[in-house]
Ligand binder design. Structure first.
Ligand code: PLP
Ligand code: COI
Length: 354
């Protein structure tokens, strides 16, 4: 940690906390009282401020609106049984934040500045961190270009902001998932590994088509042949196949998920063999047919561990074993929750206390 970050704080004079219904939270709809804002001007980060949550004034010509120089992160803070608040593995997000920034020709943010900025705003709104099981405070850091200029070139000025949302479970039931064999999320040489806003914009039409067909999520496949599994919606996808945890390598076209890394680490500790490799759609379907596929789930910050109930390929649906009977994902979720809510020793140093 270098110097303490200088942050100007202006608190709200009317908190919305009392009027917020924490038993009916819709993901991403409820914002806390405050947000953090900073500017990148003349080659430097400055003007770090925590202000009441609200609208911001920007020019209609900012290049993030026109050319998509914009990206984000997703992180969660948890309230421990003893009342402490911690942020889960934010150092991993700091590193990925800068990978995204580099891919989009945007300025990086020093890791300690990123960590201190999150801690400062979470600290001010710590009473908003929900205490109910399965709930948390979703942290949304993001950066966007602010030059008023319609020429296609990297902006010189940027804004970095952090929003906070109290959230409950993202998915409420096992997912009916379709293997996407036409649309593509990312290709080699593209931006798949970055948390670039445009990746999400491009996913909306295929996702809507899948919803219209009755599915909850898509499994993205490789851009060239649509033969290999990549990700599942806004989460990494993981399988237990023949007793091994199998997941696509987080390279290039795939977001290197923090939850994915956490699950892999816990699996190894449980003695479950892990294979990070190319995963063919055909072997997953074969496993669903012959019973060797004993678990399948999405892994992500928002999604947590989201069980896949069935997988469809070219109109054929394969129902997987009942999620309640899945040994691996149940055990890993219990372990993950125990760590994040502070109920077991944090032997990996994953909880960043606020
Ligand atoms: N893949 C995509 C496309 C995502 O949006 C996310 C969510 O952040 C993930 C994977 C999972 O990453 P993480 O576990 O770091 O949230
Ligand atoms: C996250 O898990 O943080 C995500 O990015 C998912 C989000 C797009 C809802």
């Amino acid at each position: 940690m270098t110097e303490t970050l200088d942050i100007k704080i202006t608190k709200t004079n009317k908190s919305r906390l009392e009027e917020t219904d924490f038993s009916n939270l819709v993901f991403g709809r409820t914002f806390t009282d405050h947000m953090l804002v900073a500017d990148y001007i003349d080659g430097d980060w400055k003007n770090f401020e925590i202000v009441p949550y609200g609208h911001i004034l920007v020019s209609p010509a900012i290049s993030s609106l026109h050319y998509g120089q914009s990206f984000f992160e997703g992180i969660k803070a948890y309230k421990h049984t003893d009342g402490k608040v911690s942020i889960f593995r934010p150092d991993k997000n700091a590193a990925r934040f800068n990978k995204s920034a580099e891919r989009l020709c945007m300025p990086t943010l020093p890791e300690d500045v990123f960590l201190q900025s999150l801690a400062a705003v979470v600290d001010i709104d710590r009473d908003w961190v929900p205490a109910q099981p399965g709930h948390s405070l979703y942290i949304r850091p993001f950066m966007f270009a602010t030059d008023q200029f319609l020429g296609v070139q990297p902006s010189k000025n940027y804004k970095y902001m952090v929003l906070l949302c109290p959230v409950g479970p993202y998915f409420s039931k096992p997912l009916r998932v379709k293997v996407e064999t036409y649309y593509t999320r990312a290709a080699e040489g593209g931006m798949g590994y970055a948390k670039s806003s445009g990746n999400y914009g491009g996913s909306m039409l295929p996702a809507r088509k899948a919803t219209e067909e009755g599915f909850d999520q898509l499994i993205w496949t490789d851009a060239k042949e649509h033969k290999y599994v990549e990700e599942m919606g806004a989460a990494n996808v993981m399988f237990v196949l023949d007793g091994k945890l199998v997941t696509p390598l987080a390279q290039n076209t795939i977001l290197d998920g923090v939850t994915r890394d956490t699950v892999i680490t816990l699996a190894r500790e449980m003695g479950v063999p892990v294979e990070e490799r190319k995963v063919a759609v055909a072997e997953i379907i074969e496993g669903a047919k012959n019973g060797k596929l004993t678990d399948a789930f999405g892994a992500g910050t928002a999604a947590t561990i989201a069980p896949v109930g069935s997988i469809s390929l070219n109109g054929e649906e394969y129902t997987l074993i009942d999620p309640k009977e899945r040994e691996f994902s149940q055990k890993v979720l219990r372990q993950l929750d125990a760590i994040r809510y502070g109920n077991v020793p944090d032997t990996h140093g994953w909880n960043y206390l606020v």
